[in-house]
Design a protein around this ligand. Structure first.
Ligand code: AMP
Length: 456
């Protein structure tokens, strides 16, 4: 799809003239490039040759659709409104031109400032972005730094005192650091809001409005979001000037490689059913999504008791615990990761072969995000939704949002009137409540234990 200009410049204004460093590969460069030959998948898009070499070495051979559309617009200095989910290659879409711009700018950041700021909703996504940015920028003078809650603010303050090229932050921690005068945004001319709709869902709207007022007017802003609720339109208007709109995978539609199914089951039998599914795929990574922190923790403990190598990740875990759990899962040391929606977006672990919606989400879009944790990097994936009689309303809401029915692969759809979907944020009959009779019983067919080497 061709990028289309927004019909309506923000707030009815004309695009502001920009005073941004341009993309001429030789502009402002302190030392001539050692290898100016344009090679690599993004060479003809004006991306720095060292970055190109790095992404080629990472196995990126040709731009993804979002990269094809967004990079030329970013290179021209335009603001971008990207409707795209994680998994589409959007980190490179904003990261590669941003790094090229910073390299070309040539100057070091002043103390307590950052040239580029990337805001992400969760610590996990911030970490993943930082890892990617560092890999793209290897061998260049550009340095990035990640600031998230749960880590020492003093260490972060100390590092920021030297200034940083690229700051990757969650909004809450960034505000804390700004209030402590550890960082100022006065020199930030490149801004990325990633997974902006999730930042709104988490309740960062006020923080984001405050941050908007602290940024220089003369800057380039890229906003990525998987969905475009009303509040997002308002936020986009605040942040963007005459943005180029790019969209891949329209919101609400799941990627095609995911084989989906729904299994009707009573709430009390869900744990046993899950154990049976997991046992059928020993050694394959699975993510299990629950509604509440408490319920997820309880389910993880139960699965552990039954012999699965399992970890849990949710808002009650410390940053260290969350990182350790993810690391073990990434390395395949644990087979099952039980998570709340804190992990529904952004996580990019190509080996995840199965997603189980143990509790159906009451925000239908979250279903799409959750199942998007599988079928990544060209692989296949399977997503099974466990639907209890009280969750049929949620199921129908998800199907409506996706404009497609999810095939029934087990159990019997309950007869009678469909219960309405629970209000957003409400506690449903899911894992937050004690499991019903039988919820704690061992599976009828005991799951074969995970191989010893994969146990936690
Ligand atoms: P993202 O949407 O940025 O989270 O990217 C999802 C995954 O796609 C990551 O594992 C990237 O390394 C990978 N990726 C990004 N760009 C490309 C590309 N052009 N070709 C192949 N894989 C890519």
């Amino acid at each position: 799809m061709e990028p289309t200009n927004s019909r309506r410049p923000s707030r009815g204004q004309k695009p502001r003239p920009r005073n941004l460093p341009n993309f001429d590969a030789n502009e402002g460069r302190r030392a001539p490039a050692r290898d100016p030959l344009p090679t690599g998948p993004f060479a003809d898009m004006g991306i720095d040759h060292r970055i190109n070499a790095n992404v080629a070495a990472m196995g990126l051979t040709k731009p993804t659709p979002i990269q094809d559309e967004a990079i030329p617009a970013v290179v021209k200095g335009r603001d971008v409104l990207g409707l795209a989910q994680t998994g589409t290659g959007k980190t490179a879409a904003f990261g590669l031109p941003m790094l090229t711009r910073l390299i070309n700018f040539g100057k070091k950041p002043d103390p307590k400032t950052c040239r580029a700021l990337i805001l992400a909703p969760t610590r996990e996504l911030a970490t993943q972005i930082a890892t990617n940015i560092d890999a793209y920028a290897e061998g260049t003078p550009i340095r990035s730094f990640r600031v998230v809650g749960g880590a020492s603010i003093n260490v972060q303050t100390e590092r920021l005192s030297r200034g940083v090229d690229v700051l990757i932050a969650t909004p809450g921690r960034l505000m804390d650091l700004i209030e402590r005068r550890a960082i100022s945004l006065e020199a930030t001319t490149y801004l990325v809001l990633d997974e902006a709709d999730q930042m709104l869902d988490i309740g960062f709207i006020h923080t984001l409005r405050k941050i908007a007022r602290m940024l220089p007017k003369d800057r380039q802003t890229l906003l990525f979001s998987a969905t475009m609720p009303k509040l997002m339109e308002e936020l986009a208007d605040t942040y963007l000037t005459d943005p180029v709109r790019v969209a891949v995978n329209p919101p609400g539609q799941a990627a095609k490689k995911i084989e989906q199914g729904v299994h009707f089951v009573t709430q009390g039998d869900k744990a046993t059913l899950l154990a049976e599914y997991l046992s059928k795929h020993p050694g394959e990574l699975a993510m299990v999504f629950g509604r509440t922190k408490h319920g997820s923790e309880k389910l993880a403990k139960l699965l552990e008791k039954w012999g699965f190598a399992v970890a849990a990740i949710h808002g009650n875990k410390s940053q260290g615990q969350r990182e350790r759990a993810l690391d073990a899962f990434r390395k395949g040391q644990t087979q099952v990761l039980v998570a709340t929606d804190v992990a529904a977006r952004g996580l990019d672990i190509p080996e995840v072969a199965h997603v189980y919606n143990y509790d159906l989400p009451n925000v239908p879009e979250n279903y799409v995000h959750r199942i998007g944790r599988t079928a990544r990097a060209g692989r296949d994936g399977r997503a099974v939704a466990f639907c209890a009689p009280a969750e049929v309303g949620e199921l129908r809401a998800i199907e409506k949002a996706m404009k497609a029915a999810i095939p029934v692969i087990g159990g019997e759809p309950p007869v009678g009137p469909v219960p309405s979907a629970r209000p957003q944020g409400g506690r449903g009959p899911g894992m937050g409540k004690p499991m019903g009779a039988g919820g704690n019983k061992r599976p009828a067919r005991r799951p074969s234990r995970a191989p010893k080497s994969r146990q936690a």
